[in-house]
Ligand binder design. Structure first.
Ligand SMILES: NC(=O)c1ccc[n+]([C@@H]2O[C@H](COP(=O)([O-])OP(=O)(O)OC[C@H]3O[C@@H](n4cnc5c(N)ncnc54)[C@H](OP(=O)(O)O)[C@@H]3O)[C@@H](O)[C@H]2O)c1
Length: 292
């Protein structure tokens, strides 16, 4: 028989976990949220009557408790439940934060529960996703052995692949995810602003750049970072780079430092390809240096 699940925090992630674990045959034993309305909304989806605004009223009998409140409320919520002896012995308590370690749940140890974290590498933008947002994604898991084992099974049952990470590695792991998702948007913004400065409209810009972006992703997937890099830096084409810098400096000077910083960090990738001479690498570094 599948374990009984309680979910505290019925927002975007809590809703998705409830819905897709229920679909996978898990028993959703109870739901709590700051507002009863949120818990009732998920209760309608997962077919349970056990809802409350008071977490420990619905967590006591659960085998696995998800604390899917915002990050800044997880530790306090766990502590309140622990104070009220709201975790049963050997229960597994999990949070879904990418940045925070499982150790923020240490108050649950007073109830002899096992603690862990289970972070879906996915962007949950609404409480009504179109399909299963866990399908084929990575869910990273860390924590105590019993918690990790349960979380691994849940990740697989949700349709995801489980990646076990070290507790102390969470901050760097999350920084990597922020770069890949959020800062990719920042990078695209730079690209779109430059192409717009060239007189191309928003709609045309996306259409023009999308195949290039997808092609680059595909190259990196097939060949890796170093061999996925093309363009003027890898060719040591300083004359072309000079033209970029001149025009950006003249037309959108606020973007110049960002462009040069990216260029500077691209040199090491290009150098790893082995096609640039030492002299060219030195010239490129001087050219992209923000001090000159
Ligand atoms: N969104 C993402 O893309 C994403 C991706 C991966 C991981 N995560 C992680 O998943 C967790 C939840 O994020 P989310 O995006 O689902 O947040 P969210 O949509 O804001 O949902 C959080 C829910 O918790 C409820 N809540 C707030 N404080 C509470 C408290 N003290 N006690 C009980 N319930 C409380 C909220 O209140 P109401 O009852 O008022 O609705 C809300 O429904 C976070 O740890 C986050 O880092 C998020």
């Amino acid at each position: 028989m599948k374990p009984f699940i309680a979910i505290v925090g019925c927002g975007k992630v809590g809703t998705a976990i409830g819905k897709f674990l229920a679909e996978a045959g898990y028993n959703i034993a109870g739901l709590a949220s700051k507002s009863l309305l949120s818990a009732e909304r998920v209760a309608d989806i997962v077919k349970t009557n056990n809802v409350s605004e008071i977490p420990w009223e619905i967590t006591k009998k659960a085998d696995i408790v998800f604390l899917t409140t915002p990050d800044n409320a997880i530790a306090d919520t766990c502590n309140s439940i622990s104070i009220h002896s709201g975790f049963r012995k050997n229960a597994v308590v999990l949070h879904c934060s990418g940045a925070l370690p499982s150790t923020i749940l240490s108050s649950a140890k007073k109830c002899n529960a096992f603690i862990g974290s289970m972070h879906p590498l996915q962007s949950f933008a609404s409480t009504a996703p179109a399909g299963n947002p866990f399908k084929d994604i990575i869910i990273s898991v860390e924590g105590e052995k019993d918690a990790v084992n349960k979380a691994r099974k849940i990740a697989t049952d949700l349709g995801a692949e489980c990646l076990i990470i070290k507790t102390e590695a969470k901050a760097l792991y999350h920084a990597s995810a922020v770069v890949a998702s959020n800062y990719l948007v920042t990078l695209l913004d730079l690209s779109f602003r430059l192409i717009k400065a060239a007189g191309i409209t928003d709609r045309e810009a996306f259409k023009a750049l999308k195949p290039l972006i997808q092609g680059t992703l595909s190259n990196v997937e097939k060949a890796g970072i170093v061999d996925g890099l093309t363009g003027p830096i890898v060719r040591g084409d300083i004359e072309t780079l000079k033209k970029h810098v001149e025009k950006i400096g003249a037309i959108t000077p606020d973007l110049l430092d960002f462009y040069k910083t990216l260029g500077f960090y691209t040199i090491d990738i290009a150098a790893a390809k082995g096609s640039l001479s030492k002299e060219t690498i030195k010239k490129l570094k001087e050219f992209f240096s923000l001090k000159t």
